[in-house]
Design a binder for this molecule. Structure first.
Ligand code: SF4
Length: 807
């Protein structure tokens, strides 16, 4: 973009922060010449913050042309933390998805680095995808460097010191505790947290404050998998490891576009599949995704018929006698009832219900039944459902029926979306959990944690806290006096987005703690706290195969940003819990946490920062006393076929299919499914700022089958309004036979900062699985209205920051 220079702004040193305030009512683009990244100024009144160390020119472009805008500069006296520059390559892990690939940051001098895959990391063996490879580009763009404050959402932010920020926050916490009680305080955290962040947040909220209102974006991602493992096996924890990807002879992928969303897991599986023609790959997905493209068998079932399909396969395996009678007899409960349930799922009925050929259903059952080792993989397509727990458990049923668990190449393997969703589970990072795979409803578990923390018995509440969507409902009813959001962007990712945003506007006090500014959620915040992110703070993360990797700090955080756990610990100390939050460093936090895992299913009492630095990434269980040699071996759970239930037997699930929560009808005649694209990550706070990824996926779109397009007289590239009972978006159509007729696909990555009217979650609903409380983000009923021209389909009624959004 070539724009004449206008205005000049002196940025005299790194101790100065300059801010620009958009006083016009148009969207603008702006940059400083020493930080040449265009930034969008979306809201009238919105401020952009810059910090630099050289004289810079301010360059502004707007719809009204180019003009000189008033700028101010403000001196910041606080010093940030300085991290010494390493001279050797630093081993870390990719902070994007749950695959957890090893990365190496190779110093190039003067604070610059090259990123490459870490060949020593057992999970990824040197491989990385585009996100991991470009991570460095996102680290210095639009960083939040200083605390910001405003009394009301229609005011501009003011830069404040940490001391003032902490004082304001702690005073508010104490006031809300006195006025409304601790349950009026809610924290919504993130699978982007390191385990240390998760752990200190649990200690603060569930321990010291005595409220279980800590939930995380993992609720929207994999809480159904947690519930399913707990109900079927008596404890959470994926039983498999990535070595199983090369040991299986039948991979059954359901509700996972692994090629795009977990690319390095897929690379390993695909290479194995290519090398050995006997290996079968079955993919179940309404879309012919890149994953389905290479499958031996693609079952494009109707959305919401997963349980019917799984029971149909079970019916055939039982009918053909391809079951493991000894395993069933010795290791399971509920088989007789399961047999009765399967009787109704005849192949004819199932094929009709799922919209697939009966021969394909039988082929899937044959592949499963003939295999020596069956590995099933799943992710959001199963979890994000109003019957997500039942779906995952019905998949586990097939493993129990055939004894396909606890052996190389076999088992039900959920893939986590976020880099440390697993660590969150271990540290108790959902509103019904406590550290060490404990439950808040279990009196013994509460007592163990209270005793460990030195808190009085009864301090931890016996009631599960608010889940993600229950926080929204609490805001609507005025029951939340303080909302604290950290490392996540719910103003894009929540279902029924218009309702969620309206609820955020009702929050009397919202703290938003993040690494980036602006984000969509920042528009709803009163107090903004700058967080250090990957590369700037030390901590561990656990990937999908239960492998814990140390990610050390090797760069200085911008401005005065701090690690999330340091922020939580300071609040704890200021609330009077000095002794409980007096951690010397992140290693001390982790050392305390692992003691709470001793003797638990997720035992990592044999791990420490020092050991992980010395031996590299290690899997749990790793109890104290595990030798280095043992610690390095790949680990599977349930190799002795003894489970964590009271009688050590796994449980068959007896659920029938309910279908999608919002079926189609004559008015809303399409089923919309949402999902991710290869390059982008979630709400684009990082990837939206990386040129290469923006080029790959510049804009949102809706995929439609050509037969549906013909009925609506649409051609490729035409604009449509996609409308549900809750909201609407305006998107160009991409025609593809890769999607079932009657089904549409919209990627979930776009919020209002990166596109006009492309928010997929304007359409989705919050109806959730009754067990896991995970909303059904994967399916809702919509209609499609052709638009003559590209146009904005609606004027928002909800005020953003007290000011209507300019579309
Ligand atoms: S597959 Fe996931 S963890 Fe691996 S490099 Fe890509 S985004 Fe990162």
């Amino acid at each position: 973009m070539s724009t004449p220079r206008v205005g000049s702004l002196a940025v005299q040193s790194s101790r100065y922060l300059c801010y620009y305030r958009n006083t016009s009512d148009s969207i603008q683009q702006i940059y400083l010449s020493n930080q040449p990244t265009w930034q969008r100024v979306v809201f009238p009144g919105q401020q952009l913050l810059f910090h630099g160390d050289a004289t810079a020119d301010l360059i502004i472009s707007s719809e009204q042309g180019v003009r000189c805008c008033p700028c101010e500069s403000l001196r910041i006296e606080e010093k940030g933390r300085s991290v010494p520059e390493p001279t050797e390559p630093v081993s870390s892990l990719c902070p994007y998805c749950g695959v957890g690939c090893g990365l190496e940051a190779v110093p190039q001098g003067k604070g610059s680095y090259k990123i490459r895959g870490d060949r020593q990391h057992p999970s990824s063996q040197g491989m990385v995808c585009v996100k991991g490879a470009t991570i460095l580009e996102a680290l210095d763009r639009d960083r939040l460097a200083y605390p910001l404050w405003r009394e009301r959402l229609d005011q501009p932010f003011t830069v404040i010191s940490w001391d003032e920020a902490m004082t304001r926050l702690v005073e508010r916490i104490e006031w809300v505790r006195r006025q409304q009680g601790a349950d009026a305080i809610c924290m919504y955290g993130s699978g982007q947290f390191q385990t240390e962040d998760y752990y200190v947040a649990q200690k603060l909220l569930k321990g010291c404050l005595g409220t279980n209102n800590f939930d995380a974006n993992s609720r929207l991602c994999m809480s159904s998998a947690v519930s399913a493992y707990m109900a079927s096996f008596g404890a959470d924890g994926p039983p498999c490891c990535y070595d199983d990807l090369e040991a299986t002879d039948c991979a059954f992928l359901i509700g996972t576009n692994t090629a795009e969303c977990h690319p390095i897991v897929f690379n390993r599986l695909r290479n194995h599949h290519k090398r050995d023609r006997r290996v079968k790959l079955i993919v179940v997905d309404p879309r012919r995704t890149p994953t389905a493209e290479v499958a031996d068998l693609h079952l494009a079932i109707r959305p919401g018929t997963d349980i019917d399909l799984l029971h149909g396969i079970g019916h055939l395996l039982l009918q053909w006698g391809q079951i493991d009678a000894e395993f069933i007899e010795e290791c399971t409960e509920g088989f007789a009832e399961y047999v009765k349930l399967l009787a109704a799922y005849t192949p004819e009925w199932v094929a009709e219900r799922c919209g697939i050929a009966q021969g394909d259903l039988e082929q899937a059952a044959r592949y499963w039944g003939h295999a020596q080792a069956v590995l099933s993989l799943w992710s959001m397509g199963i979890n994000q459902s109003a019957e997500g727990t039942a779906k995952a458990r019905c998949l586990i049923n097939l493993h129990l029926l055939t004894g396909q668990i606890g052996r190389p190449g076999s088992g039900p393997f959920s893939l986590t979306g976020q880099p440390n969703a697993m660590g969150g589970r271990e540290a108790g990072g959902l509103s019904h959990l406590l550290p060490g795979y404990r439950q808040v409803t279990n009196p013994q578990h509460r007592q163990e944690v209270e005793d460990f923390w030195g808190l009085p018995r009864g301090q931890i509440s016996d009631r599960p806290g608010r889940t993600a969507w229950q926080i929204v409902e609490g805001l609507e009813r005025g029951e939340v006096g303080l909302l604290w959001i950290a490392a996540t962007n719910p103003a894009v990712s929540f279902p029924h987005l218009e309702r969620a945003k309206a609820a955020f506007l009702k929050s009397p006090f919202t703290v938003y703690q993040d690494a980036y500014f602006p984000t969509e959620t920042a528009a709803y915040a009163h107090l903004i706290l700058p967080a250090a992110q990957w590369s700037e703070k030390t901590g561990v993360m656990t990937n999908s195969e239960r492998r814990v990797t140390l990610a050390p700090a090797f760069r200085s955080p911008p401005g005065v940003a701090r690690a999330d756990w340091e922020i939580f610990a300071e609040v704890g100390r200021r609330l009077g819990y000095e002794r409980l939050f007096n951690f010397a460093d992140a290693a001390a936090v982790y050392a305390e946490f692992v003691q709470l895992t001793a003797g638990r299913p997720c035992d990592q009492s044999g791990l420490s920062h020092e050991r992980l630095a010395r031996l590299g990434a290690l899997q749990w269980p790793c109890p104290a006393g595990t030798s280095d040699e043992e610690a390095r071996k790949p680990k599977r759970l349930y190799t002795d076929w003894r489970f964590h239930t009271p009688d050590q037997r796994a449980r068959f699930c007896l659920a029938h299919s309910q279908g999608v929560a919002e079926p189609t009808d004559d008015i809303y005649s399409f089923t919309l499914t949402t999902g991710r694209l290869y390059g982008h990550w979630h709400t684009q706070t990082r990837t939206g700022r990386i040129a290469k990824i923006q080029k790959m996926h510049p804009d949102p779109f809706v995929e439609m089958h050509p037969d549906d397009a013909a009925n609506l007289h649409l051609k490729d590239g035409d604009w449509v309004e996609v409308r549900s009972r809750r909201g609407q978006v305006c998107l160009p159509v991409i025609l593809t036979k890769a999607i079932r007729p009657g089904t549409l696909f919209v990627p979930m990555h776009w919020g209002f900062l990166f596109a006009d009217s492309g928010e997929a979650n304007q359409l989705t609903h919050p109806i959730a699985c009754p067990v896991s409380q995970q909303p059904e983000l994967k399916a809702c009923a919509v209609q499609v209205l052709p638009l003559k021209l590209r146009q904005t389909p609606y004027t928002p009624t909800v005020q953003e920051s007290g000011i209507a959004l300019k579309q």
